[in-house]
Design a protein around this ligand. Structure first.
Ligand code: 4AD
Ligand code: MG
Length: 473
């Protein structure tokens, strides 16, 4: 057996009369008057491929084993399909069953299983319609991300996953340590003499990296160094946040795309963000049409209309101050009160983009108190050159800014936020040697997949989700 063989997506385009083999997992088998219809899927495309088995072609015993979830190869001839829906089907002449799936215990049987149930069988859910479609959309979107940047001469930088510096200054990081010596599967609560866990030392300098280290919350600080040399760069990798936000829009492990551009201001940053979102969406619409059609029918009836709208129309731009004025005079009752200086909540972001503007909005110039230390300070002394892209249904999709490139201003911002300046010596060096106006942003990849699929819970957009209390699979 070779991987270079016809997939079911190819069989759909094979002319009638061709002898072929069809490999896949059985979705359903239906028997009627001397003939059986088997729907096969191998993940290569959304549609199931139909195989028709006439009575007597396959021994009765073998046919009985061709149940939902079984893995099989049918040999036969591609013929014109008399039914509507698909152009061709296969008339079987033989079969090999690789692995059966006991109908009394195979969990992925019934159609219309809830998303919550599918999360409990995340090791099998990729065989179903929804998660197969999510996976293809995610794959295509990742490809489109790289294509977008590579087409424009951006270099892909592999920033580290383990770091000693806190990018966002939010203090929600996972520690990485070998000071806790343990037996596999044991837990720190078992620290005791002779217990499964032992504390080797309490001194940070004796830890693996010689100082406290964490899983990164963002590759930005590292990617900024490369922008000061390669000009246009991006990183695309996993990031980690230990914030205990058990919401449908937060993961503890998520993927982020972070471009960074030297000789670029906040305007260029906004232009890139808008171009990027529109092009990636357009690419996925072109290459995953059957999958998006399914999401449009079964998950979010407005999906295709809104995606098309985003691709075709520009984003609105307004300042934070203007947004707060609109929110205050909206006449809505908010769960979280809004006033100048407070961080916008999801309800505010969604009202602005869904109700007020009706398309994506880029908000700029936020109060410096609610944003990270590295953002460029405006002349008013109160706001920074931040920009967040808000989109309908999701709220914040992108967070970015022009970076503070003035050494003295950056140093006082680090002090103001109570951070340890010495830890950022190399980051400050970028402002000492060849400093340049530069800007970038971070797009949460799973938020983009939510937007593309209409799915309401971010846990259904990533192969295996990590959230508070959840690290199964
Ligand atoms: O706004 P954030 O925190 O920005 C940064 O990390 C910057 N360092 C990015 C940069 O300028 N290079 O995060 C960026 C985006 C958010 O807009 C959101 O889409 C996503 O990352 N995000 C999350 N996605 C899933 N789960 C979480 N817990 C997320 N936190 C942020
Ligand atoms: Mg943000």
């Amino acid at each position: 057996m070779d991987y270079r063989r016809t997939r079911l997506s190819d069989l759909f385009r094979t002319p009638p009369g061709t002898e072929a083999s069809a490999y896949g997992w059985v979705k359903t088998r239906r028997d009627s008057k001397g003939v059986s219809f088997v729907q096969l899927n191998d993940g290569s495309t959304f549609a199931d491929f139909q195989v028709v088995v006439d009575a007597g072609v396959i021994p009765e015993e073998t046919l009985k084993g061709i149940t939902t979830g079984a893995s099989v190869r049918f040999d036969g001839v591609v013929v014109e399909s008399p039914g509507s829906g698909q152009a061709v089907e296969m008339k079987a002449t033989g079969v090999e069953v690789f692995g059966g799936a006991d109908p009394t215990s195979y969990p992925l049987q019934k159609k219309g299983a809830t998303m919550e149930f599918l999360r409990e069988i995340a090791h099998l859910r990729m065989r179903g319609n929804t998660f197969g479609a999510v996976t293809r959309v995610r794959n295509r979107a990742a490809w489109a991300v790289h294509r977008f940047f590579q087409d424009r001469g951006f270099a892909w930088i592999h920033t580290p996953i383990i770091t000693a510096s806190d990018c966002e200054g939010a203090g929600a990081m996972f520690a990485v340590t070998t000071l806790l010596e343990h037996e596999p599967g044991s837990h720190p609560s078992e620290v005791s003499d002779g217990g499964a866990f032992r504390l080797k030392s309490t001194k940070p300098e004796e830890d693996f990296f010689g100082k406290p280290a964490y899983l990164t919350v963002s590759g930005q600080l590292n990617v900024e160094t490369f922008a000061h040399g390669l000009t246009n760069v991006y990183t695309f990798g996993p990031t980690f946040r230990a914030e205990n936000s058990n919401t449908p829009r937060h993961l503890a492990e998520f993927w982020m795309i972070e471009p960074e551009m030297a000789f670029c201001s906040i305007e260029g940053d906004m232009n890139l963000a808008e171009e990027f979102v529109r092009e990636v969406i357009g690419d996925v619409m072109e290459h995953c049409a059957p999958d998006l059609e399914f999401f449009n029918q079964r998950v979010e009836p407005e999906l295709l209309t809104t995606l098309r709208h985003v691709v075709e129309s520009g984003f609105e731009r307004m300042t934070y101050t203007e947004a707060v004025r609109l929110l205050e005079s909206s006449g809505e009752t908010w769960e979280f009160p809004v006033s100048w200086g407070s961080d916008l909540q999801s309800e505010h972001e969604r009202w602005l983009t869904e109700k007020k503007v009706g398309r994506p909005v880029i908000l700029t110039d936020y109060p410096k108190e609610i944003k990270a230390f590295y953002m460029y300070g405006n002349e008013d002394g109160k706001t920074v050159r931040a920009m967040d892209v808000l989109v309908p249904r999701i709220g914040e999709l992108i967070g970015g800014s022009q970076r503070e490139d003035r050494l003295d201003v950056l140093e006082s911002r680090i002090d103001e936020q109570g951070l340890d300046k010495s830890a950022y010596w190399w980051y400050l060096d970028l402002r000492r040697f060849g400093a340049v106006p530069h800007a970038g942003f971070g797009l949460g990849f799973e938020r983009l997949i939510m937007y593309l699929t209409g799915l309401k819970n971010i846990r259904d957009t990533i192969p295996f989700h990590r959230t508070p209390g959840q690290a199964e699979f």
